[in-house]
Write a protein that binds this ligand. Structure first.
Ligand SMILES: Nc1nc2c(ncn2[C@@H]2O[C@H](COP(=O)(O)OP(=O)(O)OP(=O)(O)O)[C@@H](O)[C@H]2O)c(=O)[nH]1
Ligand SMILES: [Zn+2]
Length: 189
């Protein structure tokens, strides 16, 4: 870990130097290591393991109706520009005998968001992880996000949002199930 931080810090020093800045001026002296720590935090999902994260928080339950967890904040980094994309994640599943601890949905979102990502793959990975730990009859994930690479540079569009969805099992098979979910989260406008 320390080795990784030292390496990253050296790379940031080279970047700052490459920008024509003076890496020794007071305000920038500690910046390479700060930036390295920040980047390490923003990508800490690579160090996480799904099993450890769930920590056996899967509980027996006779509940077999739709469970929805809405508006989970999401911060990720786009793999094309290494700039943030920020938004919300909505998750639903249809349990069959097992329910997942509530906080674990947010932990799963973070585990995959805290990596270099594209929104489509992130959406799929979250859905597949929830399916694998719950054996649910169906899982649905919707992400709405704004990409800094579209806002701060490039096309510089401030109001566009990308919406992605991944429907597994019953959500994919049944239009009614999908519609119920989209109505519940209010994106079926
Ligand atoms: N589908 C998808 N595209 C993304 C995501 N994040 C960034 N991109 C896009 O990745 C593409 C990279 O295109 P390139 O032409 O190689 O890069 P670029 O010259 O920087 O592109 P511009 O952003 O158009 O200036 C751009 O269209 C980005 O908008 C994402 O999560 N999903
Ligand atoms: Zn980008």
């Amino acid at each position: 870990m320390t080795r990784l931080l030292d390496d990253l810090s050296g790379h940031y020093r080279a970047i700052i130097d490459g920008l024509g800045e003076d890496t020794n001026r007071e305000g920038l002296q500690d910046t390479p290591m700060r930036a390295a720590k920040a980047m390490q935090f923003l990508t800490h999902g690579y160090q996480q393991d799904l099993g450890d994260l769930i920590n056996n928080a899967v509980f027996e339950s006779a509940m077999d109706e739709m469970v929805v967890v809405q508006d989970i904040e999401l911060y990720s980094m786009c793999e094309h520009h290494i700039l943030p994309f920020i938004g919300k994640c909505h998750i639903a599943y249809l349990p069959q005998g097992k329910v997942l601890g509530l906080s674990k949905f947010a932990r799963i979102v973070d585990m995959y968001a805290r990596r270099l990502q594209i929104q489509e793959n992130l959406t799929r990975q979250i859905a597949e992880a929830i399916e694998s730990v719950t054996d649910a009859k169906g899982v649905a994930v919707v992400i709405e996000a704004q990409h800094m690479c579209m806002m701060m540079r490039g096309v510089e569009k401030q109001n566009s949002r990308m919406k992605t969805s991944m429907m597994l099992g019953q959500f994919r098979k049944s239009q009614a199930t999908r519609t119920e979910f989209l109505n519940l989260i209010g994106t079926n406008r």
